[in-house]
Design a protein around this ligand. Structure first.
Ligand SMILES: Cc1ncc(C[n+]2csc(CCOP(=O)(O)OP(=O)(O)O)c2C)c(N)n1
Ligand SMILES: [Mg+2]
Length: 555
């Protein structure tokens, strides 16, 4: 195919890459320095004259203290803004340090582009600094991983990487550029218009799903993160309001129905899954979080609707399925089912159960227990959250409690580590949330174990003036592992941590904070944190003997 794009005057690969990123709507580059990628910085800040005069360049550079934070921040940017995030890391260890975070984005289906430096082509094989071939390491955890060997082709490669990352099913794309290629100016082609691919829905699939819904007496809808990623939240809401099907919301889809919506039954999920006679799962895999798609005994028929054919569950027999634009699927179903389904008894019963479960929380949320019950933290936090608060969880049991108690009021405002479950996402996710929602409350809920992975990146939050409220549930250990090990073996090992004053760590890094040991002190500490205007860590010493009650989750 002939390339008809206009040719730009010679520029180095950094300029080409940044121009392509800006073309795709990127505003921030997350990074940690290394000479291999200097041209990217030069282009992002707009060159020496711009730096000297204080004129902002085309991209904001946010430099961090560990490469995984750069990629976590890019991942969360992709999740929150639905524009692929952008991170750049140096050759060798820069890239390998980023791998866990890239793998997370891969499993979570989060759009991002990671640009890696690379030892120069001209020296390849002679033992240059940090010479290692990255794409074979990255290929299993990316949609594509490739090296640019042509100085005129850097912009084209980055342009294509953003298009691919942002096309359903979304995910990370890796490109590395050898140092000599990146530094060499060349005439290059301008970025082309975005042309994200999209699978086409089959109307017969929709008709079959509509027929199953018409016949069901106890249908249930599960909304997953891709409903948000696909921009299908309004269409999903229209479907729910038209048909009256009760809803369980997961991940970024939490908040599509507000907490008081009569069809939101997330808190009755156990009863709902046990009794449903049709479960329609949209925008999320039928993985461990959904019992691998086996709902009830005998298992209910399952409908799976996903953004692209590769996402359809292959491990069980589906009653029906569809793949393509999720908003289009919901609207097509509304056209087939314009009137409410005759299932109001079922919906009302589930909602009553959900409301009863929420009412049953009151005792723990107000607990005066000493040591502090972890639920009390949420009893204090929730009334202080504004509608547009972004809440981020990074940890084990402490964050599971949050998943139960905190009901987001808007979609795309709840960030958990997703099915990959990588600890250490918190500071990077919080950084992205503060940048994406400059005027909103950003609350990072951290287990004390999780805090150990990336707390040093509070340094980056401070340097870049990105205030967030950090609440540590400090149970002095890895509780999500401690209690299951006790249950299985009668004892636990490798589960104890120290009663560390993580607030002092944050203070040392230029933020502020305090340690709380009495339940009545949590609320005023949170108020001080929200008012502080700096990264502020409230280190709440909680009871290590309280395990998250997994067997009764949300029933
Ligand atoms: C990178 C990484 N290492 C290990 C684990 C396994 N893991 C999952 S939860 C958990 C415990 C988390 O402890 P903490 O953050 O203190 O939360 P708590 O359960 O104590 O509330 C561990 C070790 C993981 N998910 N990710
Ligand atoms: Mg802990």
């Amino acid at each position: 195919m002939t390339d008809t794009r206009p040719t730009r005057p010679a520029a180095h690969g950094g300029t080409q890459a940044i121009e392509a990123a800006v073309h795709h709507g990127v505003t921030t580059l997350f990074t940690l320095s290394g000479a291999h990628i200097f041209p990217l910085y030069d282009a992002a800040v707009g060159g020496a004259a711009a730096v000297e005069s204080g004129t902002p360049g085309p991209l904001r550079l946010v430099d961090v203290r560990h490469e995984q934070t750069a990629v976590f921040a890019a991942e969360a940017t992709g999740k929150l803004t639905r524009v692929p995030g952008f991170a750049a890391v140096t050759a060798g260890p820069g890239v390998t340090n980023a791998v866990s975070a890239v793998a997370g984005a891969w499993v979570n289906g989060s759009p991002l582009v990671l640009l890696g430096g690379r030892a120069p082509d001209g020296r390849w094989g002679s033992g240059a600094l940090q010479e290692i071939d990255h794409p074979p390491l990255l290929a299993p955890v990316t949609k594509a991983a490739s090296t640019v060997h042509d100085a005129a082709g850097v912009g084209r490669a980055v342009d294509a990487a953003f298009t691919l990352a942002g096309s359903a099913h979304r995910g990370p794309v890796f490109v590395d550029v050898p140092m000599d290629i990146l530094f060499t100016p060349a005439e290059y082609a301008a970025p082309i218009d975005d042309h994200r691919s999209m699978a086409t829905l089959d109307p017969q699939d929709i008709a079959r799903i509509a027929e199953l819904l018409r016949r069901a007496q106890r249908p249930l809808l599960v909304l997953g993160s891709d409903v948000w990623a696909d921009g299908a939240e309004m269409a999903a809401r229209a479907f729910v309001d038209a048909t009256g099907v009760p809803v369980i919301a997961n991940g970024m889809a939490r908040g599509i129905l507000p907490p008081d919506h009569p069809l939101l039954v997330t808190r009755a999920r156990g009863a709902a899954f046990a009794a449903a006679d049709l479960v329609m799962v949209v925008g999320t895999p039928l993985d461990f979080r959904l019992g691998y798609g086996r709902f009830g005994d005998p298992p209910a028929p399952v409908v799976h609707i996903v953004d692209s054919p590769g996402q359809l569950a292959g491990h069980l027999d589906l009653a029906a399925c569809a793949s393509g634009d999720l908003g289009g699927a919901f609207l097509a179903l509304v056209r087939e089912l314009p009137d409410p389904l005759p299932i109001s008894d079922w919906s009302i019963r589930l909602r009553e159960r959900a409301v009863a479960a929420i009412a049953g929380d009151a005792v723990d949320l107000a607990s005066e227990a000493d040591p502090i019950h972890p639920a009390r933290v949420y009893g204090e936090l929730m009334p202080r959250l504004a509608n547009d608060a972004v809440v981020i969880g990074d940890g084990g049991d402490f964050v599971s409690f949050a998943g139960r108690y905190v009901e987001p009021r808007r979609p795309g405002h709840w960030l958990d580590p997703g099915p990959y479950g990588c600890l250490g996402t918190g500071p990077g996710y919080a950084m992205a949330a503060r940048l994406a929602h400059p005027a909103s409350q950003v609350v990072l809920l951290l287990g004390d174990g999780a805090a150990g992975f990336s707390l040093i990146d509070v340094d980056s939050l401070v340097r870049h003036d990105l205030p967030v409220v950090i609440v540590v549930g400090n149970n002095r250990g890895w509780n999500l592992e401690r209690h299951p090990m006790r249950f299985l073996y009668g004892y636990d090992v490798a589960a104890d941590l120290q009663p560390t004053a993580y607030d002092e760590v944050v203070k040392a890094l230029g933020g502020a904070g305090e340690t709380i040991t009495r339940p009545g002190d949590i609320g005023p500490a949170l108020d001080r944190a929200f008012d502080s205007g700096v990264p502020y860590l409230v280190n709440v010493m909680t009871d290590p003997d309280i395990a998250y009650p997994r067997s009764t989750t949300g029933v």
